[in-house]
Write a protein that binds this ligand. Structure first.
Ligand SMILES: [Zn+2]
Length: 199
């Protein structure tokens, strides 16, 4: 059985993306809690960064804390999974306008970590096989990120950041809010995580 660290992105005063009546921090927490339940049900030990709507340090700081724990062997995570939701907007005449056409699930990893790349590719393949986003138009992908975004490149254990879908896409927002979809999503993510850890 594995030790997995999950992270519900943002929280407290940091809502991140807000679209219509949906806050990214709330969706992230909802999905992370469901994923925690699913992973525990499968016998894994789960550590998580927040279980309510509280402000936690930014992702870069969270990663540094993980590394301190890792060095002290308390605990040594097998994988870190940070859960987020996406939003797309363009600036027109000084005003941000949502771009509803962008869609799809992204599993983001650091190109500096071979293990993170394998984890991201395994999880995204599992999502594709489960037809998670029926109309992702090839956007279901792993994205190679350098130092600019996410901070996940600095962790000692492998880490992935999952953008579940676009809040600014009406179809995906409806899916993200659906209990059935959430159940299907967390099972698929757990399948992908297990495939990576035990393949
Ligand atoms: Zn986010």
């Amino acid at each position: 059985m594995a030790k997995i660290c999950t992270d519900a992105g943002h929280g407290g005063q940091d809502s991140s993306a807000v679209w219509q009546d949906a806050l990214e921090k709330d969706l992230n927490l909802l999905y992370t809690k469901a994923l925690n339940t699913e992973l525990k049900k499968r016998g894994h030990t789960v550590f998580t960064t927040r279980t309510s709507d509280v402000q936690v340090p930014p992702l870069g700081t969270r990663c540094r804390l993980v590394n301190e724990h890792y060095r002290q062997q308390a605990p040594q995570f097998d994988l870190i999974v940070s859960i987020h939701c996406n939003a797309a907007a363009i600036k027109e005449n000084g005003v941000y306008k949502a771009v509803s056409s962008r869609r799809g699930l992204y599993v983001i990893y650091s190109q500096e970590s071979e293990a993170s790349r394998t984890a991201a590719q395994t999880i995204s393949k599992q999502c594709a096989a489960a037809d998670i986003h029926l109309n992702h138009h090839g956007r279901l992908s792993t994205v190679q990120l350098g130092r600019a975004l996410a901070g996940i490149h600095k962790t000692i254990p492998p880490a992935v950041l999952i953008e579940l879908g676009f809040m600014t896409n009406p179809e995906e927002l409806a899916l993200l809010k659906s209990d059935t979809y959430r159940e299907e999503m967390v099972k698929t993510l757990a399948d992908g995580i297990e495939k990576y850890l035990f393949a």
